[in-house]
Design a protein around this ligand. Structure first.
Ligand SMILES: [Zn+2]
Length: 295
């Protein structure tokens, strides 16, 4: 509790409020997904791609030496005007991820999913389906930890254990793509990721889908943000029912307004380090992990 108070005192109040609300949301989502885990219905649909949103181009991202994308970082040439990248955090979710996959498939478009280790452990089949449908899968820590409020050793463990889980689960391996929970990205962890040849994806446009009440608000937030910025990496969460409900209309609206989807894929695969347990490592084990990461 003392530690929590100290963290709260040190951080911006808005970030703390967001972190606490989002942590509660993720805990609730984990309970919900366990309750719905037996629902494995797969819908079959015939898809006509000729008039869908589609994918305008595939951007191969070279992660050698890291790389940072999104408005909180230095500008990059990743996206041209009217180009967007669709990204979904916090899953996989056995119900809403499938709904979102159906919406993406109906428009023949592709997205990137940043997955949480403990969700990957609970729902590996959903993650496999995401990859099998041609989307990119990166990671988002093991337990959605705020890495701005943890030691570097603990951050490394959160990151590496989840990349290892994802790499084991996914037949084609995990992309060396990472997003910080709460977008809380201390320099020491960014430096570590760069050394590991893992790219960091921030955001340009926030759907605020974890906070608003309706699918209509999700759509409005994205379109307003895009109108203002003209392009960008869009943040959604595939554990949210309202996001899944918003997706068909939102994708159709993006096409109508002339936005073009860019699918990001890694140039090289992740170079996994030796097995890392999600539990707290001993100092000796941590030293071993650091040593392994240096190679
Ligand atoms: Zn998240």
């Amino acid at each position: 509790m003392k530690k929590l108070l100290l963290v709260a005192a040190l951080m911006l109040p808005a970030l703390v409020a967001r972190a606490e609300t989002e942590a509660a949301r993720i805990a609730a989502a984990s309970e919900e997904v366990i309750a719905t885990a037996t629902d494995n219905a797969v819908t079959d649909q015939s898809i006509n791609c000729s008039d869908g949103l589609g994918v305008t181009r595939v951007a191969e991202v070279d992660t050698a030496g890291g790389g940072e994308y999104g408005e909180q970082y230095r500008p990059t040439p990743l996206l041209q005007d009217k180009e967007v990248v669709l990204t979904f955090d916090d899953g996989p979710h056995p119900v809403h991820t499938r709904e979102i996959l159906d919406a993406l498939a109906a428009e023949c478009t592709k997205a990137t999913f940043f997955y949480v280790g403990r969700m990957l452990k609970n729902f590996p089949e959903i993650a496999k389906q995401v990859q099998a449908e041609g989307h990119t899968v990166g990671t988002h820590t093991y337990s959605h930890r705020n890495l701005g409020a943890t030691s570097l050793g603990s951050a490394e463990q959160q990151i590496e254990s989840t990349f290892n889980i994802a790499d084991e689960v996914l037949p084609d391996g995990v992309a060396p793509f990472f997003r910080f929970p709460y977008l809380s990205d201390p320099k020491r962890v960014r430096d570590y990721l760069a050394k590991r040849n893992i790219a960091v994806f921030g955001i340009d446009v926030d759907s605020w889908d974890w906070r608003v009440r309706s699918p209509e608000m999700v759509i409005r937030n994205v379109l307003t943000g895009l109108d203002r910025k003209g392009k960008g990496i869009i943040l959604f969460h595939d554990i949210q029912a309202r996001t899944a409900a918003a997706m068909p209309t939102l994708l159709a609206e993006l096409k109508k307004r002339g936005y073009k989807v860019v699918h990001i894929v890694p140039k090289s695969k992740l170079e996994a380090v030796a097995a890392v347990e999600p539990a707290s490592p001993t100092p000796r084990k941590r030293a071993r992990q650091r040593k392994a990461a240096n190679h």
